[in-house]
Each structure stands twice: as C-alpha cells, then as structure tokens.
Ligand binder design. Sequence first.
Ligand SMILES: [Zn+2]
Length: 495
Amino acid sequence: MKQYIFKVIGVFGLLIYLLSGCRAADPHPTEPQKAEQYTVVEQIQTEGKEAGMTYRLMLDFHEETQRLTGKQEILLENMDIKGPIPLQLWMNAYRYGKKGAFYFPEMRDRIFSKGDSRGYIDIKAVYLEGKAIDYEIEDQLLWIDLPQIEYSKEALHISLDLEIQVPKISHRTGSNDKALWLGNWIPTLGIYQDNQWIVSSYLPAGDPFFTQAADYRLMIATPLAYTVVGSGTEKVEILDDRKITTIEGNDIRDVALAVSRNYKEFIHRTKDGIALKLYSYSLDQKTADAYLKELEKNIDYYGRRIGPYPYEDFDVVETEFMTGGMEYPCMIMISSQNLQDFAKGSATILHETGHQWFYGILGNNQLQDPWFDEGLTTFLQKGYELQADELDAFYKKEKLQMKKALEAWENIALGENLKVYDSWSHYYRVNYRRAALMHYEIYQAMGEEKYEDFLKELYRQYQNKIVAREAFRELCYQYGGKKTVLIFDSYFKKQ
Ligand SMILES: [Zn+2]
C-alpha cells in the first residue's frame, strides 16, 4: 500500500522552537499544566482586532459532466499571516480512483460499487487583491506565497478560479443516479498552531480534517429542476433558465453540499424555531415526519446536556456514504440504506446530530484527538438510548468486552495520529468504543451532577473554538479532581 503522508509543516516553527528551548515532559502528571484555550485565529490575529475568515463561492453546476466551475474568494481579516500559506485540496484524493489512498481495502467494493471513478479539483488561477499570482500545487495542497504583492493585514483577499469533478462513488464526496454530494471539498486554509501550519492528506482512518470556524457564502447555479442543499440557510432565485441557490452559514467549521433533481423536501419547525429539513429521494411523508420528530428530540437532548443548537437550520440529506452517515455543520449525510430501516436510520441520525456539538460547535484536532468528537458523541448517544442503570450495566459489560475487542492491535492508546490505524475496525474500536468507555469512567468519577456542569462549561468556554487535549484535561481536573485526571491519562498510555 502506498505510504501515507501526514505533514506538519513549520513555517518559522523550527526556528522559534529552537530559540524557546525544548519543552520538558510534565513532571506532575496529575496536576494539569495551564490549558491552551484558543481559537487558532486568535494566534495570528492582529493585536486588539477581531480576526475573521470568510469563504465565498460562486459556482456553476454542469449536469452532463457532474462538474462545478467558478470562483472561490477567501477574505482574511485582521490576520497577521506571513506567507506562504497552504490551502487544503482534499478533493484531489479522488484523482486516482481505486488507486487512491483515501480508503481502507475492506471498503473498496462499497465505495466503488458503480465501478472505478475519479474526481478532482483543478485550480486554474490564483489572485491576490485581484492580481494573478504564482502558486504551487503539491497533490492535496495549494501553496500561496503572500509577499508577491502589497496587501493589507486588515483585509486580505485571495481568489481562485476552479473546476471540481464529482466522482461516481459512495464516499464523503460522490454521486449516484439520484443525487451528488460534496464534503471536505472546497480549498480550505490549514490551521496555524504553535507557529506552524497543520495540514493533512486524506487518510483512510477517521475524519482526516482539521478546520476552524468561518463564515461561508455559496451561490450555486443549476438547471431549474435541481434542489441544492448546504450547510447554512438556503435561499432560491430564478434567473432566466437557471436556479441560483444561495447558502449562508456563519461561524461554522466547514460547508457541505448536495445537489439533486430527485430530492423531496420535508420540513418540521421545532418549538425553538429551528427549521429541521429532510431531503430524500426514497422516503414517503409518513416516514420523513417520523424521522423529523425524532430529530427534534435528539436536538433537545444534546441541547439540554451541552448547550443550545445555535443555528437556524438543520438538514438531513440522503446520500450514499459508505459507513452510514457523515457529519457536517448544520447538515448531515445519511445513507439510503440506513434510512430504509427506521431503527438504523434513527441511530445514525442521533449519532451524526451529536457531532453538531462535538466537532462542529466544539472543535478538536480530528487528526490527533478523535477520542474527543467520536468518543463524546458515542457516549452521549448511549445516554439517549439507555436509562441511567442500563448505561451502567452496558459499560460494565463493555469494559469486560473491550479487552477481547482490542486484542488484535498493539496500539490502542488514545491521542495517536490517524496514520497508526490499519483498518476501520482498529480506528472504530479505539476511538468510538474505547474512548466512549473513558468518557463513561470520567462521568462516573465526577458524578452525574458535576458531569452535567462539566459539559456545559466545555460549551461555554469553547464554542466555535478548538478544545485541545490539555484544556480538556484541565477541565476534568476542575470538575473531578485528581482521580478523574488519572482515568484520563491512563487511556493515553501505550499498553
Ligand atoms: Zn461519529
């Protein structure tokens, strides 16, 4: 198998690291160090001013070829960035079709059930402040060297001419004869942390993406018969023989899109005024209503335990993603297959909805810390499905079963880089099941009341930010003392 590449690229990182001296290992493992509480933007924002990041896309959808062409603008406000800067081109993982390195072999038949198919993103030109500039493409990265022309730190405009090809596969981006959908598809700025850019290639394990909250505006032109759904609030206008769908999403971590001439739209407005919408090409009104009713309960539940869902829209979109469901801000993709079975479909919706909080509202480095988003989502999902005594019984049994479930793998520590996982089962058992067990043990050690306060404090402090491992650990210490931190640390040790 092709060697997977994961890069952490230091811009001035190495120099600063050498000047500041090496960090010593924590000498008191049960006393947390000062937690890093940050949004990544804050680290590079101009002093005293609020940093902002806006992505604007104006794209034309070509029905015959399944292509999107047009422009993307990126506006960076009050960010003191010194070039070169990286934009992620994850769509290029699909460039090699079956020969690509974005999936585990055991998923091949499901992903390529319609045959081999390729997708890509082509960057045709890059502009800085409206002037064409040189750039470099390195597989899944676009590097832009900033100092080529004068620009203002208050508002830096980058724009790209691009073409995107959607492949006929069952993945985060893909299509079938009913619809096409795109996830992790637009050129996205890497994360600047500790004086270096963190970027990733599309690894087969987990969700190999690390993004920060930004504002998004999308304008998609399609033939009139199409419905376009995206992360945010959709508005539709007709211009001659084209339908223009505008999607606006503020303070969200990413933007997903689905396009279909077969979607039926089902809407349910919650008592809190959130528009819950289900887009499906296979469900009838009765089943759709049942799903939407259940979804309102899900949103109420997570909102009650963590903090309110802060957006106006939430879309459930039928697609054909190979593992059942995939989360994006304000929008989840659920596979047709799962939706046909109400129990299965509801469980998948419950899980992906939980990610609105753990990954979306509360961000984490998914390349390193999926124990946070997958672990907490899985644990809270169980809290919805089971009564308190059943939850205790479940995790008592799970603890016994875990040993056997993990015996095939040497590396079962949490907090490892995604490249250590050799199969989806390996990743799943460590970051969903074992991590959820850890969260259960933390919950048990804190006691129910303290744990509920802990979740709410997490939400209060880190909404639209990144929860670093050390920050989570410190909050565990505040709410559960040393015994809770000992539980947390034990899961990160190599066995
Ligand atoms: Zn998940």
